[in-house]
Design a binder for this molecule. Structure first.
Ligand code: HEM
Length: 201
């Protein structure tokens, strides 16, 4: 009989941590603590959480490359899927709560604001990544094609950072920090991979 594997504590932690921002948001809404524009507060919080979780999922490979921590790979899928979950909530808040599901108005808003178009591009990339995040999808696609597709998560993150940078008008510190973190993660990945391949006989 197959031995039942216990749920690893690291995975339990990521599930608990990922639900916290939503519970906190609902609590703040319930307590009327979202300020004079609760819909905007919801949009900002879900967007920020999506970006943080996306960067968290991209941190797993560099951590394994530098420290050899294979266990971090267990966190990559859940954090990526939760990033998509918050991005979907973000999009639904925009379409449903902000624009009352009026698709003509949503279309106008998307066309007239560059930052929403860039956000949409990021979301559209995250969609197939979330849909193919299972092991079964990887087997169905073949590992090579699956890996190629999932490298697009860097592009989705870069577009999300650009979306953020385009929407702020004055305080660029946070988009710059997120952009620097993304550049560092990508840089580590490229440098370590390159030095490993140059050592191959
Ligand atoms: C689906 C298309 C998207 C639309 C229509 C959209 C729309 C918006 C809007 C309207 C805002 C608030 C702007 C403001 O009131 O100042 C915003 C903020 C933001 N969005 Fe999006 N977004 C989209 C996708 C995404 C995605 C995929 C991510 C991340 C993965 C993201 C991350 C953010 C961040 C980080 C902020 C700023 C949060 C803050 O200032 O605290 N967005 N977005």
């Amino acid at each position: 009989m197959q031995e039942k594997r216990p749920f690893p504590p690291s995975q339990l932690l990521i599930h608990l941590l990922a639900w916290l921002p939503l519970l906190w948001l609902l609590w703040a809404y319930w307590q009327n603590q979202l300020g004079f524009n609760p819909v905007r507060a919801m949009t900002l919080r879900t967007g920020k959480t999506a970006l943080i979780l996306l960067l968290l999922s991209l941190t797993c490979t560099p951590l394994n490359l530098i420290f050899g921590w294979k266990w971090v790979y267990r966190l990559r899928r859940p954090s990526g899927v939760y990033a998509f979950f918050y991005a979907a909530l973000h999009f639904l808040t925009f379409v449903g709560l902000d624009y009352g599901f009026d698709l003509a108005l949503v279309g106008d808003a998307l066309r007239s604001n560059r930052f929403t178009l860039v956000g949409l591009a990021s979301f559209l990339i995250l969609l197939p990544l979330a849909a193919t995040s299972t092991r079964r999808a990887m087997l169905w696609m073949g590992e090579k094609r699956w890996r190629w597709l999932h490298r697009l998560s860097y592009l989705a993150a870069a577009l999300a950072v650009l979306h953020y940078a385009l929407l702020v008008r004055q305080y660029y510190t946070q988009p710059i920090i997120f952009g620097a973190v993304l550049a560092l993660l990508l840089g580590v990945r490229l440098v370590v991979r390159k030095s490993a391949s140059s050592k191959d006989p």
